[in-house]
Design a protein around this ligand. Sequence first.
Ligand code: 6R9
Length: 664
Amino acid sequence: MSETLETLLDENRHFPPFDAFRSHAHLHDESIYATAAADPVSFWEKEALALDWIEKWHTGMEWDRPFAKWFVGGKLNACHNCVDRHADGPRADKIAIVWEGEPGEVRRITYRDLKAEVSKIANALKALGVGKGDRVSIYLPMVPELAMTMLACARIGAAHSVVFGGFSADSLAERTNDAQAKVIVTADGGYRRGNVVPLLKITEDALAIGCPSVDKILVLDRIGGYQILGHSERFVWWNDIVPNQSSECPCEPMDSEDLLYILYTSGSTGKPKGIVHTTGGYMTQTAATTKWVFDLNEGDVYWCTADCGWVTGHSYLVYGPLANGATVVMYEGAPDSPDKDRFWRIIERHRVTILYTAPTAIRAFMKWGTEYPDRCDLSSLRLLGSVGEPINPEAWIWYHETIGKSRCPIVDTWWQTETGAIMISPLPGITTTKPGSATHPLPGILAAIMNEDGKEVYAEFQNPGKSGEAPHARPPVGGILAIKHPWPAMTRGIYGDPDRYKKTYWTRFEEYYFPGDGAKVDEDGCFWLLGRVDDIMLVAGHNISTMEVESALVDHHAVAEAAVIGKTHDLKGQAISAFVILKQDHAGEDLVDELKAHVAGKIGALARPDDIFLCADLPKTRSGKIMRRLLRDVAEGRALGDTTTLADAAVVNALKVQYEDKEG
Ligand code: 6R9
């Protein structure tokens, strides 16, 4: 077995920072990287001063591997930092949230109104028996009340656990029970692609499965379902309790290490992990990175398209931008409702300046064609972001040219639910970007590439003060990504399961955090994220990343999207098998041989797929990540593994039938 990951695909295009950013960006001096690396704790302590603290911390960081504490002894409140300090200051009349419902309504909420609304919800939660240290499950559509309820929990010191509105009754019950939530906040329904998602009905099903910790269910009226239901006293209608509350509610002083929220993320097997985030470190890093990476300024209209059910919606729709006093756009529905231009209409209507979205969305837009963005005025945009998966170079270029009109920097941000905040990303005033590379660990983040024996083979900065280290390989090098130094927003563990936390993230390497992603570093020291290590293929003794073969396929003009897996093969160990979606105007064309040749031409004969299966859809998680594990099941004729995290289980079932038909 080869030691490190092959680095096959060469991408030589590069984009130096635009002058407008080089001179005006919050961060424009490269020396910040070295300063931060020399003393990461002091560096982050300075950043923490950007928040309002009730009491200052006495110790920057305590590290009892794998458990970190940041800003120890400090006291603050996350809601105060996101709401009150703006509402009670010069931003009182600034719009905090511009919201569009899928059916078309628009609401504009100022910081002053946000404070009043959040306080009322906080008082209502208190009236329902929620206090400091309790947990609340939030199962709401993407309406402003979702963000407000998160903030209301933070205000009174209760931890929220947001459950994505697309999850089933089983998932809601499992997460509610694991967190021992006292209250569930839900709605009668939510809109998605013109349909109603019956959230209340699903909540009732969850309760029927059994949620013994739940005392009350607070139900928001979103679809006018108020009258149809006669419920027991456990159910409290939003309109019966929230509007009558006082709009004054003090912010609870919280310890820096008090629980802010739990967010469940699916492991590849077994029950979901309740990722724990605490207050001081999380707020510091989300606030700082929002400002740096998106170069957020007072006049920006910032739109992160993620759902609050996903960590991106926590860190970069709610906590990070609101801590900075930003105007954020929030949208309830699907990107193709009522038409495939919905995103571009929203940008045009609200003069959005910063757009943060996911590669899966970008590839869907590419598939639909340029006519949709071309009909809208996108001239307000000044910066574009990407998160969730590696962005294929062709998708990057399309995003850059078609959406950014070649004048907006792209920040490809690598991070995880567990990291809490962005870890690897360009800085728009400093970094020369390359399509497909997340470029460099942010200041204060020390990342490394490890080989399969768990030895460090590359790091931008050597361990300060450690002598006798083996010299690093010269890039390009490939291997497994690791994080060397604790960072403020890192998870404090898996709720109720410290052993699983240690086992999952802290046993693969001796001293470093193991995120589970493959990565390579090129000659210029740029990091390329190559997908989950479980997805990496071993073909005739070569480690080949699925991402590189997928990018070579997407590079072909007819291909909209591709997913690549290693399929068990008698001789080679694994053979490359690709599932490909063609662009709309190429649907039905027989391009299999041409695509195989294209990959061989781009990467080398080594990476030529053995088979290519043309399909209409790919199995994805609810946050848009391709589930290659299920494609392996399909290709190898096995029963499908766990499908509960899929956005649409019908997709993979249909794929299995088609695949088996084709194979005979
Ligand atoms: C924020 C988020 C984390 C996993 C992560 C990696 C993949 C996210 C990426 C990326 C390449 C990027 N990932 N951003 N891979 N480039 N810019 O997505 O959190 O849902 O926990 O997923 O997503 O594989 O390990 P989460």
